[in-house]
Design a binder for this molecule. Sequence first.
Ligand SMILES: Nc1ccn([C@@H]2O[C@H](COP(=O)(O)OP(=O)(O)OP(=O)(O)O)[C@@H](O)[C@H]2O)c(=O)n1
Length: 497
Amino acid sequence: MSAQREMKEKNPWHTPVTIIITVIGVIAIVALVTVAVVQNRPLPQKYKYGIVLDAGSSHTALYIYEWPAEKDNNTGRVEQKHSCKVDGPGISSYASAPLKAGQSLRECMQKAEKWVPSKRHHETPLYLGATAGMRLLNMVDSVASEDVFQAVKEALQKFPFSYQGARILSGQEEGAFGWVTVNYLDERLKQGLETTGALDLGGASTQISFVSDNYDGSESPNNSVNFRLYGNDYNLYTHSFLCYGKDQAHRLKLAHQTQSGPNAVADPCSHPGYNATKKYSVLYDSPCVSDRKPQGAPATFHHTGTGNLQQCQEVVRNVFNFTDCKYSHCSFNGVFQPILQGGFGAFSAYYFVMDFLNLTDTTVPLEAVKEQLKAYCATPWDQIVQQHPKAKLKYLAEYCFSGTYILSLLTEGYNFTSVTYSDIKFIEKIKGSDAGWTLGYMLNLTNMIPAEAPDFPPLPHAGYVSIVTIIAVLIFILFLFSLRPLWPRCSKQQQIV
Ligand SMILES: Nc1ccn([C@@H]2O[C@H](COP(=O)(O)OP(=O)(O)OP(=O)(O)O)[C@@H](O)[C@H]2O)c(=O)n1
């Protein structure tokens, strides 16, 4: 008994120094673990916002984008949170009443005020970009175009956002930013993957943009756009065909059909039984066709349908000029185009039309697509109206033409073959965001895509804290081992005693 008591009294673990060291060690570990837990608890996510108005030829749409506020090293994903279609036509249609262009935007802007948290309003950039409709108006009447912009500017500045200006995008910008949007949303840029080409069909212009190994910008430099994104260089081919959007191409076709100034046009691109009286003055009221107005034409003409795909294809072919090409390769109208390469995303009216016609599946052979379209075009007009009671009559009257035009533009215009047709994907949205130029435009203006790949810390924060904790515990254990001389002598000694 007395020997045991003596042992206890001599136990070096019970010296004040050892006890203090042990207590400090335990406190240090508890502190480290607490820090790790506190640092890693999920914080309420904060977001930033940007608004872009796409003032197109046929309509205006507002898009709100959102991204995590703390990702200030440009690594956060920007996503479309809301969109709003402005009622009425595009802003270029208000040339004779510019104030109405501004007023037309009010409803969507009021919705944007509710969608963006009010404490973020003042720091939210607001852009308006106008495309081919305003390009055409600016060509024929630059004063009217200025008046429309003035009215739009005044209307937009009444809202609490950070107004960044309204301007016309060049065709090249429209094509290039559409390409950026598609490849950003697919995460091809960040990961340095092979890019997807972009095919955009609007009401007044159409764009084709892609990267080709055969194009370095030396042939037809006007079609070249260079980007350095996330540390990779891209030499993009892009071209915008003004007047080759769906609505203006329809005018080009009708202008061709009415060249001799007839008072009746039997149109193979309209359904049998379709019948409408149209004004020459309205048809030719566009710089795309105004110089072709036949002399001494009557005021109106009767537009009737015959619904014949093959004849429609022949009429549509007339809107393209395939004869002159001073380059190694051309698409049409003497415009240079390198050899097609890779996959393509086709959006805007490409999607609206092909979706309506149930023709978005490009694994279906091109010949079968044409057969389906042939049957659709031959369907009597009253049957079409009956089958689609909710569709706008203006759209409905043109889907046969639009489908034919799209196939002709892709195959005869851009040279997609029955094999490469399947490289095209008709898309509306990518991961919830609409395909179009607006997102690429905002990413560019807010410097949201860095030229160089961002420097990521070697470890994520949680990993860093965990490793620090583990190392601290190991050091503490080693420290305890280093105190071994002070450890109690083991039972052998007791036996001797
Ligand atoms: N359900 C729908 C909706 C739209 N459209 C057509 O699609 C085109 C609109 O495409 P969009 O990309 O919105 O064109 P805009 O931006 O108005 O035109 P642009 O870019 O040429 O200025 C118009 O021709 C419109 O008639 C259609 O055929 N069916």
